[in-house]
Design a protein around this ligand. Structure first.
Ligand SMILES: Nc1nc2c(ncn2[C@@H]2O[C@H](COP(=O)(O)OP(=O)(O)OP(=O)(O)O)[C@@H](O)[C@H]2O)c(=O)[nH]1
Ligand SMILES: [Mg+2]
Length: 274
């Protein structure tokens, strides 16, 4: 079985940093995971990607040669990828097991307005038989007030609907919102798994009464869909990265119908693998 996890989220949310820490952590567990860079504008990586869209097409070239601006150029790069998916198929090869971490670009309109990433996700799952999932990262520093929390939840939802695969919401950079005693600041912590009633009260207190019905509807949506809970991510903590990796594994049922592997120290002997 092959697995792929799309690491998504707005610009600067910490996607590339998270990808690197997932890979480091998986390696300490003796697991083999591969980085797939899907950002044609990426400049450098802590880990060299195994698969890299820049090997197919480079944003700088597109902007120079076709005179596109940065956003039009990005869309061009993605359309080019979607028209040349056999390149991706070749790059992916036909391994029997594989675990890909896909570092996505930060322009969320690529997932929500134009179906570029959704088409890629569906190619991976239907054509290439990957179990595919996503994570959506939101920067904890943006979560310090409720209107931003609302905006964050709505963008996470629209991403999930567009991708149509299971998605884990992650609040990143938790190391930046600790108080002097090392505890998560209350105004951020309460958004990890917020109480809808309190949320409504909070947000109503600062909005024009005209919008209270809308607030109610949004809170209702948040309450009904389980998306509202965010897992805290602190890349400086191995435990935190481990927790998120196990949630991702769980979401894709990683390893559940895997062939039992012969432990390393036994595979040279005369054992029958069955
Ligand atoms: N303190 C802290 N800084 C972080 C963390 N994650 C990312 N950063 C910083 O945030 C900035 C953006 O991080 P990236 O990982 O490049 O974010 P990204 O989502 O990949 O950004 P784009 O690809 O440009 O959309 C960098 O300066 C990182 O060093 C974190 O967990 N804690
Ligand atoms: Mg990045």
């Amino acid at each position: 079985m092959r697995y792929a996890v799309l690491v998504t989220g707005p610009a600067g949310a910490g996607k590339s940093t998270f990808c690197a820490s997932l890979i480091t952590h998986a390696q300490t567990l003796g697991r083999s995971v591969h980085l797939f860079n899907l950002d044609p504008a990426a400049e450098r990586f802590e880990y060299g990607p195994t698969i890299d869209i820049r090997d197919l097409i480079n944003l700088q070239d597109v902007m120079e040669e076709l005179e596109f601006g940065p956003n039009g150029g990005l869309i061009y790069c993605f359309e080019y990828l979607l028209n040349n998916l056999d390149w991706l198929d070749d790059e992916l090869g036909s391994y029997e097991d594989d675990y890909l971490i896909i570092d996505c670009p930060g322009q969320i309109e690529l997932y929500t307005h134009i179906p570029l990433l959704p088409r890629l996700a569906s190619h991976l799952s239907t054509q290439l038989n990957f179990r595919t999932s996503a994570t959506y990262l939101i920067d904890s520093q943006f979560m310090q007030d409720k209107s931003k929390f609302f905006a964050g939840v709505m963008s996470a939802m629209s991403c999930m609907l567009a991708l149509g695969i299971s998605m884990l919401c992650v609040m990143s950079k938790m190391d930046l919102v600790k108080d002097e005693k090392g505890r998560t600041k209350r105004e951020v912590g309460r958004y990890l798994d917020p109480d809808p009633a309190l949320l409504l009260e909070d947000v109503n207190s600062s909005t024009n009464p005209k919008f209270h019905a809308l607030n109610q509807a949004v809170v209702g949506l948040i309450e009904d869909q389980n998306i509202v809970s965010f897992l805290p991510l602190d890349v400086t903590s191995e435990d935190s990265v481990n927790t998120i990796l196990s949630h991702i594994d769980n979401m894709m049922q990683y390893g559940e119908d895997e062939e039992p592997k012969i432990p390393k120290d036994m595979d040279e002997g005369d054992f029958d693998a069955e």
